[in-house]
Design a protein. Structure first.
Lengths: 539, 105
């Protein structure tokens, strides 16, 4: 936590009074802690994106190309023609305000431009001015305004305080997908070279070596091999973790943080234990070594480029279908864009679990199964032996990660697993979970250190719900199924709700899983001593 | 491009204060940068972590997994945070002259 970060008791003093001035006359203040650094020229160049240069958001001169206005308006025109949804979302909002208090960034900051309706108005007003007759004729009277450099700066500030989580969309009577408006604006900003390091850096890494962290194949193998050794020490069982094995039935793809960061790593151990125990015929890939897709946070084109390698690798390795790990945005891309971006994946088979015979009809188009679908199906068919008392030191709650929840409707499966692998599971209040889940405040590329104040504000509603179950039930572990969650929620909770750790569903599954030939387990996967021994076995 | 100065030496750094060119690292860099991480003195324990990360980086082009750092150096994650208050992926990597890890970390 940077030293200059305000204390919780200061940050929680949120002023919800609207500005006295007309919203069109207020300007964002690029205050440290509330924006991300600009992308590095080398990464912009590497991806072949326009206008690589040294600049930072607080600069007065953003060094936009001389014809920046023409580029943006042409970009808008093309996108309005290409994406019917974009034009529809520009036209149909009646400003009812149902979304206004649903955004965690508004709730945490009190800034009216973080109300989804007003955030969208930042571009709608420009749309009206240049693309509607009433706006062209009546200008301000018709809610239209000119496109200026200040508007570009305002777009950058507020569309990078939207985590594309889509909570507001749940409450919109017209079903406007505000995340898609954010995506459009970020695409437009990209056209003039306005993008952030925390998005473009990982995309460039992923494009170059196959994952956001820039881990090369020998580093990937080293990490997986280490996990195999580590597991043998913990369980006494030697598992196999094949990489780039042609002809395997299943290609398994995880977010790269699973084999780099903590607490993600413990979830990786859980996957490896599960696959060994059931004897899954699978392989990792050192090329498709990333589930996450930071391209989505910048443009459809970049999302498409990163998504393509997963399917290219599935084809090269001649697998039958793809299994995906505890990743967030990967699932939004796979479920809602992949089919028209890189699909159809007709060279793959509709996934069938080799152990239960379950045919995952819901993945007919993508051929990609979520690990929680796969595991809950195994448990439902009594294919796993579990000892939930090995998780008795945890009082658990579950944070629905935005994209699996709202982007693919994965609401029951993680809960089904949790109820079988631990004895103490408590839900947060119902307006903060499932499809109404609050974002971690760091999704869509907002999770950088320099953006800490914005993250803490955006994460306040989530942390507040965690506080509720911590105080009421003694919850000490927040589980989630997204790598950004696992990276950023520990910081958030340490700040707002100390005493609650963060972990994955498959970490708890790994703790509970009884493996053939295992030695007596004295610790959990983190090396913490088990609370008590129990013979209770739930087959 | 920002720079960082310490005792007459000037380093090109990124916006987060990480060394721009990891190839320019030597032990003086770690000593000069320790102040930016709130570390008053580099003890043998610090050096153990820094050298392990640095050597791994030279071999693999990336920082080692956090869990691996702990296991290979024998320090718990808590102890690593005591040594490097901003953590293994940030403070320790910065003093070892590595680029800052990006992504879901």
């Amino acid at each position: 936590m940077p030293e200059a970060t305000p204390k919780p008791e200061e940050l929680v003093q949120i002023n919800y009074d609207p500005h006295e001035k007309d919203w069109r006359k207020t300007r964002p203040e690029f205050r440290k802690g509330t924006f991300c650094h600009a992308a590095l020229p080398k990464d912009v160049k590497y991806l072949g994106l326009p206008n690589p240069r040294d600049w930072q958001p607080p600069d007065v001169d953003w060094k936009l190309p001389p014809n920046w206005k023409e580029i943006i308006l042409q970009g808008m025109k093309e996108r309005l023609e290409k994406f019917r949804s974009f034009r529809l979302f520009m036209d149909i909002c009646v400003r009812c305000g149902a979304c206004a208090d649903k955004c965690q960034f508004f709730l945490g900051s009190g800034d009216p431009k973080n109300m989804p309706v007003l955030r969208a108005e930042l571009i709608r007003s420009v749309y009206r001015r240049y693309f509607t007759t009433t706006g062209k004729l009546f200008r301000g009277l018709a809610g239209a305004r000119d496109l200026t450099e200040d508007v570009i700066k305002e777009w950058f500030y507020y569309f990078y305080q939207c985590s594309e989580c889509r909570r507001c969309s749940v409450f919109c009577p017209f079903g406007i997908d505000t995340a898609e408006i954010t995506m459009m604006v970020r695409e437009l900003l990209n056209l003039v070279g306005v993008n952030t390091n925390w998005v473009i850096g990982p995309v460039a890494n992923c494009y170059r070596v196959g994952n956001h962290l820039g881990i090369q194949p020998h580093g990937f193998k080293d990490s997986i091999d280490f996990a195999v050794d580590d597991l043998e020490e913990i369980t006494g069982v030697r598992v196999e973790a094949p990489i780039n094995r042609k002809g395997a039935e299943v290609l398994f793809i995880v977010p790269s943080a699973d084999y780099f960061a903590t607490p993600h790593y413990y979830t990786l151990l859980g996957y490896l234990m599960l696959f060994h125990e059931i004897g899954l015929d699978y392989t990792f890939s050192a090329y498709a070594a990333e589930g996450g897709n930071f391209g989505l946070f910048s443009s459809h084109e970049l999302a498409k480029r990163l998504n393509a390698k997963m399917y290219a690798e599935a084809k090269r390795l001649k697998v039958k279908w793809i299994l995906g790990g505890e990743c967030g945005h990967m699932w939004r891309v796979v479920n809602q864009y992949m089919d028209t971006m890189n699909g159809p994946a007709d060279f793959l088979e509709v996934p069938v679990s080799p152990f239960t015979g379950t045919r995952f009809e819901n993945t007919r188009s993508t051929k990609m199964v979520h690990i929680c679908e796969f595991t809950s199906d195994l448990i439902y068919h009594n294919k796993l032996r579990l000892n939930p008392s090995r998780n008795d030191h945890w009082k658990v709650t579950f944070h629905d990660s935005c994209n699996p929840a709202r982007g693919m409707g994965l609401l029951e499966e993680p809960r089904y697993i949790l109820r079988k692998v631990c004895n103490h599971f408590h839900e947060m209040p119902e307006n903060t979970i499932r499809e109404q889940t609050f974002c971690c405040g760091s999704g869509a590329g907002l999770g950088s250190d320099e953006n800490i104040e914005a993250r803490l504000r955006g994460g306040l509603p989530r942390a507040n719900a965690v506080k509720y179950v911590r105080d009421k039930h003694g919850v000490n572990l927040l589980t989630c199924i997204c790598a950004i969650d696992k990276a950023t929620l520990p910081t958030l909770l340490e700040y707002w709700t100390p005493g609650v750790d963060v972990g994955g569903i498959h970490e708890l599954l790994g703790n509970a899983l009884i493996m053939k030939g295992e030695k007596e387990r004295t610790t959990d996967l983190r090396g913490q001593p088990l609370q008590q021994k129990s013979e209770a076995v739930h087959a | 491009m920002p720079s960082y100065e310490c005792e007459g030496r000037t380093y090109d750094v990124d916006e987060d204060g990480f060394l721009q060119d990891p190839g320019l690292w030597n032990e003086d860099v770690a000593k000069d940068f320790r102040g930016t991480e709130g570390i008053t003195e580099l003890t043998p324990d610090h050096w153990k972590v820094i050298h392990y990360i640095r050597d791994y980086y030279l071999q693999f082009g990336i920082a080692p997994m956090v869990r691996k750092v702990c296991k290979q150096t024998g320090f718990s994650l808590k102890e690593i945070y005591q040594l490097f208050p901003s953590g293994p992926a940030k403070g320790a990597c910065k003093l070892a002259g590595l680029p800052k890890p990006t992504g879901c970390v």
